[in-house]
Design a protein around this ligand. Structure first.
Ligand SMILES: [Zn+2]
Length: 451
């Protein structure tokens, strides 16, 4: 497949370095619960992984947890709980929400606080090489020694320096130098280190985890576009200075941001839709469909009406899977899977891949009207849907499960009708209709179907 890399600014063929494709995605800072933007990032990289696995690759997927930083410390203090308690609470919720979204769990979720020795080791090596320097317990990265600095975000150091806001820390050699280790402030959690008690900076955490779990040259490093600078730029600088073996990652893949109106959804702007709020009014499946209906590198505007329409689009796909007993000749579905693969090979073009699914659905409905056997077309639809992480077999299975309950309600309604309690009987019929089960009265009998 071809994938766009922010580093080269072009689409390039993805040729795995080794048998297993290594994928690292920057994860959550669990100071509060996840919002819709986090869900989009998770779904996009889930689909990338699912597609690579569908193509027969093994994928090793690591996602970090930034369980110590300024925001974690501030929020824990506000709530009068420990940073660890805060992290555990929000991570538990996040993992539950990811399961609802049908996001495959990463193979490893390393936590910053559990990787301190690896982080210290990396900083020490950078210090030995003269790339890191210590000023009374704070350790910084010497940006000017890194000739490649700016290669990911496609900026020059001088340009960045001009754009940088006034630095608070005047002790740094250069305003562009960034912290690798921060000395302990009063009441902050801290770990012993060669530079005294303190805690790691954010960027070094990812470099250390990538190196430890996936190596110094990985296939794909992912995250939101908001992480390109400075976070990912700094990760590259650290890791490549540490290993002297560029590139840290063959592909730097960045998803677009979810917006609410004109602005990026972010805590600082206060325009957040929490994932829980989204789940309260929309199914996780519809939310996934919403993310995939636009290309992953484009910004995505969160709109209730569009999510509503995804819910109906999803129903249309699911209804095409309704079992059918027509048997006169198998519907030929040659070409659909190839078109799906072509779309996905083209920088994960999920909107085009979804269009193939909807074409297939239309073909199934047409063939069913012609009394053709659609079973293999249906399993192809469900299979390709699953590559996108859509749970399309859900309703089919479910309608099997609910059948006895619907039959029971129909019998109850018949009983009410013969007792002339028409209001109660109509209530049952109306509620079933609302739930998507249409009753049809024929003389002496009532049948039902999913609408
Ligand atoms: Zn990171």
């Amino acid at each position: 497949m071809k994938l766009y890399s922010t580093l080269s600014g072009t689409m390039e063929p993805l040729i795995p370095i080794a048998d297993t494709i290594t994928l690292y995605v920057c994860g959550l800072t669990p100071y509060s619960e996840a919002h819709v933007g986090h869900a989009m990032r998770a779904v996009i990289f889930d689909v990338l992984r699912r597609y690579l696995e569908y193509q027969g690759h093994d994928v090793k997927h690591v996602e970090n947890v930034t369980d110590i930083d300024d925001k974690m410390i501030a929020r824990a203090a506000e709530e009068d709980i420990t940073v660890k308690e805060l992290s555990e609470r929000n991570m538990k919720l996040y993992m539950r929400q990811m399961a609802l979204l049908n996001v495959l769990p990463a193979h490893i979720y390393p936590k910053a606080t559990e990787e301190i020795p690896t982080i210290i080791e990396m900083i020490q090596r950078l210090e030995t090489k003269g790339i890191a320097y210590d000023i009374s317990g704070d350790v910084y990265f010497r940006v000017r020694l890194n000739k490649d600095y700016g290669k990911l975000s496609h900026r020059t150091v001088d340009g960045m320096r001009a754009g940088a806001r006034m630095e608070i820390d005047k002790r740094k050699e250069d305003s562009m130098d960034f912290a690798l280790w921060k000395s302990q402030k009063p009441d902050e959690p801290a770990w012993d280190s060669p530079w005294g008690k303190g805690r790691p900076g954010w960027h070094i955490e990812c470099s250390a985890m990538v190196s430890k779990y996936l190596g110094n040259n990985i296939d794909i490093h992912g995250g939101g576009q908001d992480l390109i600078f400075p976070h990912h730029e700094n990760e590259i600088a650290q890791t490549e200075s540490f290993s002297d073996q560029p590139p840290m990652a063959r592909f730097w893949v960045h998803n677009g941001m979810v917006q609410l109106g004109e602005d990026k959804m972010s805590k600082s702007l206060g325009n957040i839709v929490s994932l829980q709020d989204a789940f309260d009014s929309h199914s996780p499946n519809a939310l996934r469909l919403f993310f995939l209906n636009s290309h992953y590198r484009s910004p995505l505007i969160y709109r209730e009406d569009i999510l509503e329409s995804q819910e109906r689009a999803l129903e249309r796909l699911q209804n095409a899977l309704e079992p059918s007993d027509s048997t006169s000749g198998m519907l030929d579905v040659t070409g659909f899977e190839d078109r799906f693969v072509q779309a996905m090979d083209d920088d994960l073009n999920t909107p085009r891949a979804l269009a193939v699914l909807f074409d297939l659905r239309r073909e199934i409905n047409r063939a069913r009207d012609d009394n053709q056997d659609v079973t293999s077309a249906q399993s192809l639809l469900a299979h390709l849907g699953s590559v996108l992480g859509l749970q399309l077999d859900y309703v089919t299975d479910n309608s099997g499960d609910v059948a006895p309950l619907v039959e029971l309600l129909i019998k109850t309604r018949a009983g009410l009708r013969s007792a002339k309690q028409f209001e109660a009987a109509d209530h049952i019929r109306d509620r079933l209709t609302e739930l998507g089960y249409t009753l049809e009265d024929t003389p002496g009998d009532t049948t039902w179907k999913r609408s």
